[in-house]
Design a protein around this ligand. Structure first.
Ligand code: 4AD
Ligand code: MG
Length: 466
């Protein structure tokens, strides 16, 4: 009789007494003269299923081929387990070895299990318990994000990855070109002749889908994007990637307060979703690395975020400096807050997440709604413990004249922005939005401290392996 394969997660919830088939990778093999125990994992759960093999002439030959990392299929009876730690185990009848795994060469066989080492074998690290847990959480969170917005009636808008405009205006874009770099065509002025390039103009990988998101919001009402974004910022920090994923909702008729309400509700939903639906993986990370993880997650779900003006935030930081707190970067009105400042506000002063608003316009992007004071804009950054900025957003400048004036003031090229300015020419509406860094969210949810450890294949300066 043919037996259908069941995943380990399902097997562990199945009652003893069935003939079953499991397939997966060997975590450990141990035993004595009479029997061998194999811990098998197939990625469906952090837990392994135990395989019990009676040793005899026939099985000895197969067991000799099985070591940590090998891929096998096991058919047998699901029986109640006598050992502690699991309710059921498989009494093996037939074992198929799909792939052996040379213990001398298997990269995960090594004693070194540090995160640094695992980053150097990132093609193999999903096989570890820790990265299995992180990658399942990542997938679950992506699902929860779509779920959240679909329930609210937001339209999922696919914005382009190749673009000719610099949304954030920070000039940190990766060029996209098919020009021959050994022989770049030049115009009469000696500049690169992009008319000869694939798109007939200079193009880059996008740093944000927001500008196109605004086109969507001013037609469909409420949209969100969720995709990869690229930044060529040369910052080798535990919080920056050159390729990261961002979720960007954009909503017509939302003012800055509605925007803050949505951001707070959204994050709380995601953290609660993780606690409710990914408990085994979170508990594993909590017990192994960070005893306060679960408490920190529960704390966020049950806490009202602080809402604070930038000016007031600076006052608190200046006060702290007066009282002897040492920062690497000096504090004064007008500075772009460093992560140390953000974390002081969140971790030491308020001890809860903070939404900071009313930033100086000089340190924020051109599209933000200007306040009547002429100095500040309706920006909002959501600051989190251990991470600093997790969300950046704003109400948008809906006034055509003010937007154009700001673009000119910043000496931005309007050539590639006329389509964007059209949203303010034709049926302009008040609107707001924000961007949540997906990996920053995952840092918080997993308790990991390096962003390279919450994405399967990290892209950072001098690192584009796999
Ligand atoms: O604050 P940012 O630059 O905002 C924008 O891009 C807006 N266009 C968003 C919007 O209003 N629609 O980036 C948003 C978030 C940050 O708060 C941070 O969480 C994350 O994206 N982020 C990064 N994450 C990883 N690596 C990087 N290099 C990141 N840069 C930004
Ligand atoms: Mg920002």
């Amino acid at each position: 009789m043919e037996v259908l394969r069941k995943k380990v997660k399902e097997l562990l919830e199945t009652k003893a007494g069935e003939e079953v088939l499991a397939k997966g990778w060997v975590r450990t093999k141990r035993g004595n003269k009479e029997i061998a125990f194999i811990a098998l994992n197939d990625g469906s759960t952090i837990k392994n299923i135990q395989i019990v093999v009676d040793k005899n002439e026939q099985t000895e030959g197969i067991l000799a081929k099985i070591s940590t990392g090998a891929c096998i299929g096991v058919q047998g009876q699901l029986v109640e387990s006598v050992g502690s730690g699991q309710a059921v185990e498989i009494k093996a009848e037939t074992i198929t070895v799909y792939g052996t795994c040379d213990p001398m060469r298997y990269p995960l066989q090594k004693k070194d299990t540090s995160f640094e080492y695992l980053r150097s074998v990132a093609h193999m690290r999903p096989r570890t318990n820790t990265f299995g847990a992180i990658l399942r959480l990542r997938s679950q969170m992506a699902y929860a994000i779509h779920d959240y917005f679909h329930k609210k009636g937001f339209v999922y808008l696919h914005t382009p990855l190749i673009t000719a405009s610099d949304c954030e205006g920070a000039g940190q874009m990766f060029a996209v070109t098919t020009l021959d770099l050994e022989n770049v065509p030049k115009n009469k002025k000696g500049e690169v002749d992009y008319s000869k390039d694939f798109f007939g103009k200079q193009t880059s990988l996008t740093v944000s889908g927001q500008l196109e998101g605004e086109l969507g919001a001013t037609a469909l009402g409420e949209i969100y994007t969720f995709g990869p974004t690229f930044r060529a910022e040369n910052s080798n920090t535990p919080r920056h990637l050159a390729e990261f994923w961002m979720i960007e909702p954009e909503m017509a008729f939302y003012d800055i307060k509605d925007n803050m309400d949505l951001a707070e509700d959204f994050i709380k939903y995601l953290v609660k979703y993780a606690l409710d639906n990914c408990r085994d993986d979170i508990q594993f990370l909590n017990d192994r690395y960070d005893n306060e993880l679960v408490a920190r997650l529960e704390g966020v779900v049950n806490t009202e975020f602080v809402r604070l003006e930038y000016t007031e935030g600076i006052r608190i930081l200046e006060e702290a400096v007066k009282n002897g707190v040492k920062f690497e970067y000096p504090v004064s009105w007008g500075i772009d807050l460093q992560s140390e400042h953000e974390r002081y506000l969140v971790e030491s002063h308020f001890k809860k997440p903070v939404i900071l608003t009313g930033y100086p316009k000089e340190i924020k992007a051109f599209y933000m709604k200007q306040n009547p004071d002429g100095k500040t804009v309706r920006a909002m950054d959501v600051l989190f413990p251990k991470i600093g900025e997790i969300i950046g957003g704003s109400e948008r400048e809906a006034d055509l004249g003010k937007l154009e004036a700001r673009i000119d003031e910043l000496k931005m090229s309007r050539k590639n922005l006329e389509w964007y300015i059209d949203t303010r020419r034709f049926g302009s509406c008040p609107h707001s939005g924000f961007g949540l860094g997906f990996e920053r969210l995952l840092l918080f949810i997993t308790g990991m401290s390096n962003i390279r450890d919450v994405i399967p294949f990290p892209r950072t300066p001098k690192n584009a392996e796999y």
